[in-house]
Design a protein around this ligand. Structure first.
Ligand code: NAP
Ligand code: MG
Length: 495
């Protein structure tokens, strides 16, 4: 069991240590005996744990989803009827905003300024997908081009979906999959990332409170190898994954062999292309959110800044001063901008990139070390590198921590080429006082999403990584279609 409400200090943490998985509408004891420990990255204290599901647990969860897909009538409801559930779910999630925020912050160190928005953002995603009911219910009838007959294009839910999420936004990167899957009439088995298995339990509680039928949503916990078993399970019809590019490739390979549809949202190394007419004061106001959101642990942020030669010095000074001025500290403090990074492994990985930048001759303008005054917690000082050249690892690889790389360009053509030379293609930004020029430049950037003078994702618009950043689309109507399969019914023309 686990819903005993527990207050630890000022934090609201309804779930801490648990033996349970959520299968077929109930919390059930896991079969497996191994456990994953949950560590607070700000203190290094272990405060929670979850079981590793066994192969038998996995079968139980997938079978429950299969039965619910076949038998509860969930898939047979009209989209507008499923939308009612999604709207209730949105309300139930919002009621749990504080527990979601605190649990998430204790799991991965994301500042509460960030996690306090997780519930309302998740609710907005559920509401957006609910709003697509009229679109789903509009008949799609297409004439044969020669006028001889017509085709009714129906949409069926793809079936049982495996949803696998990373630790950086443990609520929203699940809900980005769960909302369209539910709206489509699918059933799901969710595997959260090992560092962040507990905040998701608030979503499960909301699912129960919203009256979603048993078996439609199942949650199992376990290590990466368990995620692999879920991906390959014979009763799974589709996989949706957000995480690193190497794991995404291995999932794509498995799904390729099985001819199983897969959506992959992977890593990024996006550029902020700064044009010479930039307003640096305006840019400084959005810099952290656009380029270092969530202590640099956001897939789409513009972590490499392409600076025009004629404004280079000024720009480096602005970025350095802005990063220095942002508060680093306890993520439970509402004014904290930079918290610890999520795990010890992540800190070591980011520190390795900092060492490589220094070894390659980039210039540290701020940070580059472990901050003083923090003997506990996975803290790193937010770091800015100037004089970065395109061949350096810190210019090419995803660092996924509080590190910015500033490169210099001479012509706009050169800047575009630099922006497009990482192998990734997820986010990006153009900074310019001339929004028409910025818009025109966006079309030359080989990336799935790009912001003009800011970056934020829009639930109503497709989010799709290009190249090594992924396959397929989340969000928007396109993201709904990832959970639907069309059927064309040809018939004589009816008037
Ligand atoms: P990760 O190591 O790829 O893990 C992601 C998820 O996959 C976790 O639940 C993980 O489980 C599981 N997993 C690990 N190995 C697996 C396997 N062989 N088969 C199936 N599942 C497996 O990524 P992460 O370290 O959690 O997250 C950071 C990465 O996510 C970054 O590269 C970042 O760019 C990317 N990301 C992308 C987006 C996007 O939308 N494009 C958004 C956010 C993050 P365990 O945790 O138990 O190992
Ligand atoms: Mg990982």
């Amino acid at each position: 069991m686990g819903a005993a409400r527990m207050g630890i200090g000022a934090a609201v943490l309804p779930y801490t240590h648990t033996d349970d998985l959520f299968i077929d509408g109930a919390w059930v004891k896991a079969d497996g005996s191994a456990r994953t420990l949950v560590t607070n990255p700000a203190t290094e204290d272990v405060w929670g744990s979850v079981p590793h599901a066994s192969a038998a647990d996995l079968d139980r969860a997938v079978s429950a989803a299969r039965r619910a897909f076949a038998g509860t009538g969930w898939r047979d409801l009209a989209p507008s009827a499923r939308a009612v559930y999604l709207l209730r779910l949105a309300d139930e999630v919002e009621k749990r905003a504080e527990a979601i925020s605190h649990t998430n912050t204790w799991e991965n160190g994301s500042p509460v300024a960030e996690t306090s928005r997780a519930a309302s953002n998740a609710a907005a995603i559920f509401r957006y997908y609910a709003s697509l009911a009229p679109y789903m219910e509009t008949p799609d009838i297409r004439r044969f081009p020669d006028g001889s007959a017509e085709t009714v294009v129906r949409q069926d839910p793809v079936g049982v979906c495996a949803l696998i999420a990373p630790w950086n936004f443990p609520i929203n990167l699940v809900v980005a999959k769960l909302a369209p899957a539910l709206m489509a009439g699918c059933t799901v088995v969710i595997k959260p990332a090992s560092p962040t298995p507990l905040s998701l339990r608030q979503i499960v509680d909301a699912v129960v409170a919203a009256g979603i039928p048993p078996g439609v949503v199942n949650v199992v916990t376990g290590p990466g190898s368990f995620g692999d078993a879920l991906v390959r399970h014979p009763q799974v019809d589709k996989v949706a994954f957000t995480g690193s590019t190497p794991v995404g490739r291995s999932i794509a390979a498995a799904c390729g062999e099985l001819l199983r549809p897969v959506t992959l949202e992977l890593g990024g190394k996006s550029s902020a292309l700064v044009l010479p007419d930039v307003d640096l004061v305006e840019m400084s106001k959005v810099l952290i959110r656009t380029c270092m959101r969530n202590t640099g642990q956001t897939c789409y942020i513009s972590t490499r800044i392409l600076a025009p030669r004629e404004r280079y010095g000024e720009l480096v000074d602005m970025v350095t001063a802005t990063v220095q001025a942002a508060a680093l500290g306890d993520p439970m403090n509402p004014t904290t901008v930079f918290g610890p990074v999520a795990t010890a492994t992540q800190r070591e990985s980011v520190a390795g990139y900092i060492r490589s930048g220094i070894a390659d001759g980039a210039r540290v303008t701020t940070g580059g070390d472990v901050p003083s005054g923090f003997d506990r917690g996975f803290y790193l000082t937010p770091t800015v590198f100037a004089d970065v050249t395109p061949g350096m690892r810190i210019a090419q690889e995803e660092i996924f921590g509080p590190v910015l790389s500033i490169l210099k360009y001479t012509t706009v053509d050169e800047a575009v080429e630099l922006a497009n030379n990482t192998g990734f293609g997820l986010g990006g930004t153009v900074f310019s006082a001339d929004t028409d020029a910025a818009f025109a430049l966006a079309a030359r950037m080989d990336t799935g999403s790009i912001g003009l003078n800011f970056f934020a994702s829009n639930h109503a618009a497709p989010f799709a990584g290009r190249n090594n950043s992924g396959l397929g689309v989340e969000f928007g109507r396109e993201g709904l279609h990832a959970y639907l399969k069309p059927q064309s019914v040809h018939r004589a023309i009816r008037n």
